[in-house]
Design a protein around this ligand. Sequence first.
Ligand code: SF4
Length: 365
Amino acid sequence: MAGIYIHIPFCKQACTYCDFHFSTSQQLRKPLIEALNKEILLRKHEVNEPIKSIYFGGGSPSILDKGEFESIAKTLETSFDLSELEEFTLESNPDDHSLEKLKLWEENGVNRLSIGIQSFIDRDLELMNRAHSSSEALACVQNARNAGFKKLTIDLIFGIPGQSMNEWQDNVEKALALNTEHLSAYALTIEPKTALAHQVAKGLVIEKNDEEVEAEYRFLHEAMDKAGFEHYEISNYAISGSRAVHNASYWSGEPYLGIGPAAHSFDGKKTRRWNVSNNALYIKAIRENQHFSSDEVLTKRERTNEQIMTGLRTIEGIPKTLLSFSEIRLPNHLIDAISQTKERVSIKPENWMMADSIIQEFFKE
Ligand code: SF4
């Protein structure tokens, strides 16, 4: 079964580390939503099977007002077979958790919120230019529960410059106290051309070193394990039965349709497609029935390497049949980081921070 991703490319303000496609100008909101609805209608024939998951990402989908959100939800409902929909996730920011908005999402079928908390410390939130405060970070989960949401996941960032190990431990404890079913945690990366990269280059912000970041990762891994969460993918933790359905389909190679500027699609076989990353060009192309995306047909080798790369970031690992060699030979410092059965190989979760070096060794020549 397929998944649908909807990209909402608007945010209230620009987080300093972000290199996703978004705009803080709200000027093109109306024509963009119109274009997005039209793209759904233009491409609905690409999916001939029931939809398993819908994911509204961005940008900040929680920024949408009632009319905007309902129009997209309605177009999806009338365009696809949603009778077997398991998961409808919306990425939300803590400052958008008004009861009115939560009810709107819930009444339109959203059954899972992915909340971008990132940190419970105001100093971190200011450093990253997040739009919410620590008190909103603490209150947003309860607000969602009060509105009836049963599936919640929160995002945390580790490796934040200036944050001490004690503060990180406190952040993890606060996150656990919120009792969500799922948590995602990402190491802060300094992406080129972001505001954070400029601040680092000017010496205004000091990047954490690899050892500090790895220690925070290991603390999180152990704390989540003690709390009964399964660390099932490099950045994801879930209590039993609460793994992310939509994201898991990316890792397992299922087809998905990506709608909106910068959205990516995959046909489940070998063709990837990505829409233009520019709101004005996207709107113009859709209006004038012009091309708004590019395609790439993967070779067998490229597809195999993708499967190795995504599979080795999951607890299940990969079947050895994907490898082009029969015996795994790795440098000593890497061999202890993996585990193997006769059929499969995986990286031990506590060693996922070195996943990139191991994956390189496994790529098909
Ligand atoms: S809210 Fe999300 S998409 Fe928007 S700038 Fe911040 S990190 Fe990027």
